[in-house]
Design a protein around this ligand. Structure first.
Ligand code: NI
Length: 169
């Protein structure tokens, strides 16, 4: 089932999420819904706070469903390795219409649990590395705009506030 995606300004997007406990049917349904919602958007990643659930869990697929085996479901992720640097244009389903140049490590390794509760290790370079870090940021209440500096950040925040005031956000 597709769930509504919250936008910048919604409380759930700007606070830290709690670790996932037992992998209950409710959590499994949430994961299924997040996958459906990400592909329908379409997007390359979606974190639980974006559908209003304050749990440390995200789904990611840099191919956006075009190639099988690219889907990652990561529960309680931890960043364990970073290397290098990349600077690319980044967007977010919670900030439709806005993008920014964000500098991030070029390669990361994260650990966590898969949806069966088994230990998981994901190594990513390039776009996958970027998506993994972007989604992990959501679990700490940060959007890509929070990683921008100066006027670019102010510009986006001002435009969002204007849209909110007009009821168009
Ligand atoms: Ni995002």
């Amino acid at each position: 089932m597709i769930r509504p995606i919250l936008r910048h300004g919604a409380d759930a997007l700007h606070c830290s999420a709690a670790p996932v406990g037992d992998l209950t049917d409710t959590v499994q349904t949430l994961i299924d819904d997040m996958i459906d919602t990400m592909y329908a958007a379409p997007g390359v990643g979606l974190a639980a706070p974006q559908v209003g659930v304050g749990l440390r869990l995200f789904v990611a697929d840099p191919s956006s469903g075009r190639s099988t085996g690219d889907l990652h479901v990561v529960i309680n992720p931890e960043l364990v390795e970073t290397d290098g640097s990349q600077r690319e244009e980044e967007g977010c389903l919670s900030l439709p219409g806005f993008t920014g140049q964000v500098t991030r490590p070029a390669r990361v390794v994260i650990t966590g649990l898969d949806r069966e509760g088994s230990a998981l290790r994901v190594e990513g370079e390039g776009l996958l590395a970027r998506v993994l870090q972007h989604e992990m940021d959501h679990l700490d209440g940060n959007l890509f705009v929070d990683r921008l500096h100066g006027i670019r950040r102010d510009l986006i925040v001002r435009r969002v506030r204007k849209l909110q005031r007009r009821g168009k956000w």
